[in-house]
Design a protein around this ligand. Structure first.
Ligand SMILES: C[S@@+](CC[C@H](N)C(=O)[O-])C[C@H]1O[C@@H](n2cnc3c(N)ncnc32)[C@H](O)[C@@H]1O
Length: 220
């Protein structure tokens, strides 16, 4: 699909200088009006054209979302698309997510992390490029609030086996049954799909099967 020309990415595209360190999300989105408690923050890694964020940010208007997409043209498309739909509870980072999490995300600050159809890197010599690795799960544990949830969906059986083995090899996060993140919406994400991303739609059309799992940070 061709990308739009004349895209306007402000104010959705989030450009944080490296030296900013760990962020106060109220400075990113603005503080919620008193007496509200700080708004929940959810992250998506690999947002593509922003289809999941478009749906979930409408379903959960009180929650604030940051999507990471390192392909700049898709990140800009997603930012422009979310702006056109008035999803000002969203931000898009055009960059590498795990580095950004380490640099900028405070401990115990994230309600949910969504990772849908991550690149499977099927060749053995490329497995080290996979996002789901033990050090990454340590970082996920650091940033999630107690009770916060990681959700993973893939069509790739071998990568899914790797995800399950990696989750089993650590004891910080507790594996739980996967539940769809978006409430049922007529004509929307809840209609027979798990998460409603572009890759999910494409793979449904191809008749592929999906694998999904989730893990929570235990409440101490
Ligand atoms: C297979 S696509 C899936 C896109 C979307 N989640 C979907 O289901 O339609 C994976 C996307 O994740 C992005 N990506 C992969 N690793 C990333 C990383 N470490 N940081 C940011 N984006 C990443 C890729 O550029 C690509 O757009």
């Amino acid at each position: 699909m061709a990308l739009r020309s004349g895209m306007i990415v402000e104010p959705i595209l989030l450009d944080v200088p490296d030296e900013a360190g760990r962020l106060d999300f109220a400075t990113v989105f603005g503080a919620p009006p008193a007496p509200a408690t700080p708004a929940p923050i959810e992250l998506e890694i690999g947002s593509g054209k922003g289809t999941f964020l478009l749906a979930i940010s409408q379903a959960k208007p009180e929650t604030r979302f940051i999507g990471f997409e390192w392909a700049k043209e898709y990140a800009h498309y997603a930012a422009d698309r979310l702006r056109r739909h008035n999803r000002f509870n969203c931000r898009i980072v055009a960059g590498e997510a795990s580095w950004w999490l380490r640099c900028h995300v405070p401990d115990n600050s994230i309600q949910a992390l969504h990772i849908y159809f991550p690149d499977p890197w099927p060749k053995t010599r490329h497995h080290k490029r996979r996002l789901i690795q033990l050090p990454f799960l340590k970082e996920v544990h650091r940033i999630l609030v107690p009770g916060g949830k990681l959700r993973l969906v893939t069509d790739h059986a071998e990568y899914f086996a790797h995800m399950e083995a990696t989750l089993a090899a650590q004891s910080d996060l507790q594996v739980v049954a996967f539940d769809s993140p978006v409430p049922e919406q007529p004509g929307g994400v809840g209609t027979g799909m798990i998460v409603g991303t572009n890759f999910e739609k494409k793979y449904i059309a191809e008749g592929r099967t999906f694998h999904a799992t989730a893990a929570v940070k235990p409440i101490a």
